[in-house]
Design a protein around this ligand. Structure first.
Ligand SMILES: O=C1O[C@H](COP(=O)(O)O)[C@@H](O)[C@H](O)[C@H]1O
Length: 323
């Protein structure tokens, strides 16, 4: 597989926190008009191969421009540094767009390797250029552990990213770690509903579910995303916004997670997948049969009215023969 220069890769348009809060809405969580800030010029990483993805397969033409491209794009990077740079550019570009359009940027984080990949967003030039005051941060999934526990996705994100950027503490909407799984899921769902009412989170005209501006996801080697694991009945949840598991195959067993209707209602989904250990799930997803009855969770990502970008490396796509 050769790499090509990305023409418009990922250009979807392309105070340290001393504390943060449990999910809540507050007067400062309403949408306010915002003077547009400009980001520095193009800072695209130059070592991605870009493939617009068809609805079923990964067969595509390299180097297509972002304009008129399909709603799913596959970016392949040689170097992790470049992936991280492109993810930063992508996120900063979307932040600028949504802050200008609606005065807020709602971004959903996951746990795992994603957080390290976000590190360049907390560095110049993004550190100064991004309007962090308009960010509202959420989690796609959380483990039922205290917020200072080594397994906490909140702690991971705080330590690796959020403590380095000036997002107002009351706009960091963590799941409630004082409740058991079921209660914490219900609590987070009411938080989302309240923030939709306030207009902080948009609502999808297509589905009525919350429409986050950007959902940042990772994927496990088994094809799980958030805490939606292969073969688990909650992958079929279609009413709730947030649900829970008490028997996760990956420890810790108790977790809270967004459901597919919420994930698929997002305006933008960025899925970060690296490493040879994930090549099998990537292969099944990008060359598999979407009609099969044993879909992996990652295969069930289907934006209803949005755009999805895969951020991958060569190892993760090494089993794709068609590239
Ligand atoms: O358990 C989890 O795993 C996935 C994937 O993590 P990675 O380290 O393989 O990237 C992560 O996206 C999810 O948020 C987390 O709870």
């Amino acid at each position: 597989m050769s790499t090509a220069t990305a023409t418009a890769a990922a250009a979807a348009a392309s105070t340290s926190l001393s504390s943060s809060t449990l999910c809540r809405s507050s007067p400062s969580s309403s949408i306010l008009a915002n003077p547009r800030r400009s980001l520095p010029g193009r800072l695209l990483s130059s070592s991605a191969a870009q493939f617009p993805l068809g609805p079923v397969s990964a067969m595509a033409t390299p180097g297509a421009s972002a304009e008129g491209a399909s709603r799913k794009n596959l970016l392949i990077f040689d170097a992790e540094e470049d992936l991280s740079a492109s993810l930063a550019e992508h996120t900063a570009g979307l932040s600028e767009k949504f802050v200008a359009e609606r005065g807020a940027f709602t971004v959903v984080l996951s746990g795992g390797s994603l957080i390290k990949a976000l590190r360049k967003l907390a560095e110049p030039p993004y550190l100064e250029a991004v309007d962090w005051s308009r960010w509202h941060v959420f989690w796609a999934d959380e483990r039922v552990v205290p917020k200072d526990h080594a397994d906490s996705n909140y702690k991971l994100a705080m330590d690796g990213f959020l403590s380095k950027v000036p997002v107002p503490a009351n706009q960091i909407h963590a799941m409630n770690d004082t409740l058991a799984a079921e209660g914490a899921a219900a609590d987070y769902e009411s938080c989302l509903n309240q923030l939709m009412k306030n207009g902080v989170i948009a609502s999808s005209p297509a589905t009525g579910f919350p429409k986050f501006d950007l959902m940042l996801l990772g994927m496990g080697p088994d094809g799980h995303i958030a805490s939606l694991f292969p073969g688990h009945p909650i992958v079929h949840e279609n009413q709730k916004l947030v649900t829970y598991v008490e028997d996760s195959p990956k420890p810790p067993p108790e977790r809270i997670t967004f459901t597919f209707p919420v994930i698929n209602s997002s305006a933008h989904i960025a899925l970060m997948v690296t490493g040879a250990g994930k090549a099998g799930a990537v292969h099944k997803t990008l060359s598999g049969n979407e009609l099969s009855s044993d879909l992996l969770p990652v295969e069930m990502i289907e934006p209803q009215d949005g755009e999805m970008t895969w951020f991958t490396d060569k190892q993760a796509v090494s089993m794709l023969s068609s590239l």
